[in-house]
Ligand binder design. Structure first.
Ligand code: ADP
Ligand code: MG
Length: 299
């Protein structure tokens, strides 16, 4: 197991930023750690990377406990912190040479990192002269310079423009072929693009932990978009058998079913009973983004 997190609690004063969090990540997996702002993503990642101590619970990386063997953990973990703090006055190559020194990594790795992350043309610039996208490449280069087995990337694409986004995602995708990756984001689409599995966290608690494919399947054909003539009583529809949720949208009423139930019969009966007719009714596929919003809105 690459990362093992068991019953972790982290409190900041009165506040529980992590509330009994458990999950594990196997070697080679690429896992999306998804949650809105303030969910506890960065806190969890800082604990895994030994930058913060937990209040209680157990965390180990490649079998090493983060508190008993922090040096062994750090040797195996590459970390791109949130907001990617860098020494802005250093030159790219100088900075990476400095990091190689700290990690006792052969200097030859610097040129290799510059090659892998596509920093060649920028290597003689100061970090502060670089665009956000190139700064992220420097951040990734410093994270992988000691060739760690595990990569922890905290919102690696936040603040990038669309072109930079594509490039950095491409780089992460290729790194994911060789390493165990845990990346945090608040964008479901990014998880779909890059990850095998998604762990959704909100308010310090894990809401979902499953393969992206399985979550996608679970979201299919579970809703109907229906338009009635005349006014409908939304709360009456909510109480119909098999109905999980009802939402008013511009295109009509979005009615979600509890399981894979076909709701058209129940809705038709409702229309007849209330002397309404149905203008349009069609199956509606909930996107993963929608599932994420629903999950995090109701907790
Ligand atoms: P995320 O990365 O998902 O946005 P964080 O882990 O940064 O979430 O924060 C989780 C919660 O803990 C938030 O409510 C945040 O305000 C709080 N928090 C984070 N760091 C500190 C700190 N150093 N002191 C007090 N509260 C903090
Ligand atoms: Mg964060």
């Amino acid at each position: 197991m690459s990362i093992q997190v068991t019953n972790v609690v982290k409190t900041y004063g009165e506040q529980r930023a992590l509330n009994d969090v458990s999950f594990s990540i196997s070697s080679g997996e690429v896992v999306g750690f998804l949650g809105p702002n303030g969910a506890g993503k960065s806190t969890m990642m800082k604990i895994i990377t030994c930058y913060l101590t937990k209040t209680s619970g157990e965390v180990s990386v490649c079998g090493y406990d983060v508190e008993e063997d922090p040096l062994e953990v750090k040797r195996r973990v590459g970390y791109l912190p949130e907001n990617n703090p860098l020494y802005l006055d250093m030159y790219v190559k100088e900075f990476l040479t400095f990091i190689a020194g700290i990690n006792k990594t052969p200097k030859a790795r610097v040129a290799e990192m510059i090659e892998i992350t596509g920093l060649g043309p920028e290597q003689h610039k100061k970090i502060k002269q670089l665009s956000k996208g190139y700064r992220q490449r420097v951040g990734l280069a410093q994270a992988i310079i000691h060739d760690p087995e595990v990569l922890i990337l905290d919102e690696p694409t936040t603040g990038l423009d669309p072109n930079q986004l594509v490039e950095i995602r491409g780089l992460i995708k290729s790194l994911g072929k060789e390493k165990t990756v845990m990346l945090s984001t608040h964008i479901m689409q990014e998880v779909e693009m890059l990850c095998d599995r998604v762990i959704i966290i909100n308010k310090g608690r894990i809401l979902t932990d499953q393969p992206v494919e399985k979550l996608r399947q679970a979201t299919q054909s579970k809703a109907v978009l229906v338009r009635f003539t005349g006014t409908v009583n939304t709360s009456a529809i909510r109480k119909l058998p098999g109905v999980l949720r009802v939402k008013k949208t511009e295109k009509g009423l979005l009615v979600e079913s509890e399981k894979d139930l076909d709701l058209s019969g129940v809705l038709f009966k409702y229309a007849v009973d209330n002397k309404l007719s149905i203008e349009e009714s069609r199956p509606y596929e909930l996107g993963l983004e929608e599932v994420f919003r629903t999950l995090t809105a109701n907790t």
